[in-house]
Ligand binder design. Structure first.
Ligand code: SAM
Length: 344
């Protein structure tokens, strides 16, 4: 008996092209909202393929717009697809797609930056963190201005196993401005090495799948685009709280080409030079190294050392050198006013 593949059974019926949908529903891209659409189905298929095995999976797409990526997701045999779109102009065309998919597609009007995905993932897809990733995928081509804050927010959720990551190690396939994608995957010593590289790589295995020239989008952005795949690690490289790791990396990389000792000095009040020496001694990292040269393991050692130093004096975790600079500036301003008054 010939066995029909699920994919053939589940394919979408013939539909107007994305260009026709855009024309029919008057969906011109809003430059103000950085909307750049992908109309080339070969490219949108390639994005979906780079997510891995979709067949039988629950797929969440963020920022579907007119549905250029949604269609190949539906055609790849996904069991259920949920899209979260902020701009309500796209809802009627997505509804049309939902009907064509025999309601395999659910459409949510919402802002992904304030949306908890935990409640929308069916319980049967939930697996333990240490298991293989669940049959759930998150895919998205969002505006660049949303993609970066979103990944930082989601990294924190990955570290605490909240939001979508309460269901296991849900992988992500997201687009970024090419330079940001290069930063996310940058190895030590790379010119792109930065805080984002360290934060992404301590929690996830990251891969740049391919790049898309800006001219492939409508309207074309001035920059090229990188498609990045993230798989959360079973065990993060650093076992300290996310905020602590973020704090160390923020200070470390604010002066990426200076010596680590200099860039990390802002973690402590100026009269506590002893603590920075303790931190380096505990970590075993040489003070002459520059932040961009550090491996992920070196950064782990520095975070562990910072945790030990601040364990003894927890108030240090709240120390903000900018407060001091501001307080200093305020005092200076007051003194100037006082002296001016005195002079009169
Ligand atoms: N995915 C479509 C494509 O590839 O052609 C559209 C891409 S367009 C760059 C980004 C889409 O994300 C737009 O439809 C926009 O309305 C939507 N979007 C922007 N910010 C969003 C947010 N915070 N939450 C959900 N959707 C958002």
């Amino acid at each position: 008996v010939p066995v029909m593949s699920l994919q053939n059974v589940a394919r979408l019926p013939p539909l107007p092209t994305i260009q026709e949908i855009i024309r029919m529903f008057g969906l011109s891209a809003r430059k103000k909202l950085s909307q750049n659409f992908l109309l080339d189905l070969n490219l949108t298929k390639k994005i979906v393929k780079s997510a891995g095995k979709i067949d039988g999976c629950f797929v969440i797409e963020v920022g579907p717009g007119p549905g250029g990526i949604t269609r190949p997701i539906l055609n790849s045999g996904a069991e259920k697809v949920l899209v979260v779109e902020k701009d309500k102009r796209f809802l009627p065309s997505l509804q049309l797609l939902s009907e064509a998919s025999k309601n395999k597609l659910d459409v949510i009007h919402g802002d992904i930056l304030n949306f908890n995905l935990e409640s929308v993932i069916p319980a049967e897809h939930k697996v333990a963190w240490a298991d293989n990733p669940p049959n759930v995928h998150i895919i998205g081509n969002l505006p660049f201005s949303v993609a970066t804050p979103l990944i930082v927010q989601w990294l924190e959720s990955i570290s605490t196993q909240k939001n979508a990551w309460s269901c296991g190690r849900v992988p992500l396939t997201l687009t970024f401005q090419k330079e940001v994608a290069e930063r996310i995957i940058a190895p030590p010593k790379s010119e792109y090495r930065c805080r984002l590289s360290a934060m992404c790589q301590y929690l996830c295995d990251v891969k740049l799948k391919f790049t898309i020239p800006g001219r492939a989008f409508v309207p074309p952005p001035k920059v090229d685009v990188g498609v990045v795949h993230f798989t959360p690690k079973v065990k993060p490289l650093i076992s300290q709280p996310f905020q602590l790791v973020e704090r160390v990396n923020r200070h470390l990389f604010h002066l990426p080409n200076k010596l680590c000792k200099q860039s990390l000095s802002t973690l402590f009040p100026p009269h506590r030079e002893d603590l920075i020496c303790d931190m380096f001694e505990l970590s075993g990292i040489g003070q002459q190294v520059r932040p961009f040269q550090l491996t992920n393991k070196d950064i782990k050692r520095l975070c562990d050392a910072y945790a030990r130093v601040t364990d003894k004096e927890p108030d240090l975790l709240d120390y903000d050198f900018r407060d001091r600079t501001e307080a200093h500036a305020r005092r200076h301003r007051t003194q100037t006013v006082v002296s001016a008054l005195e002079e009169r």
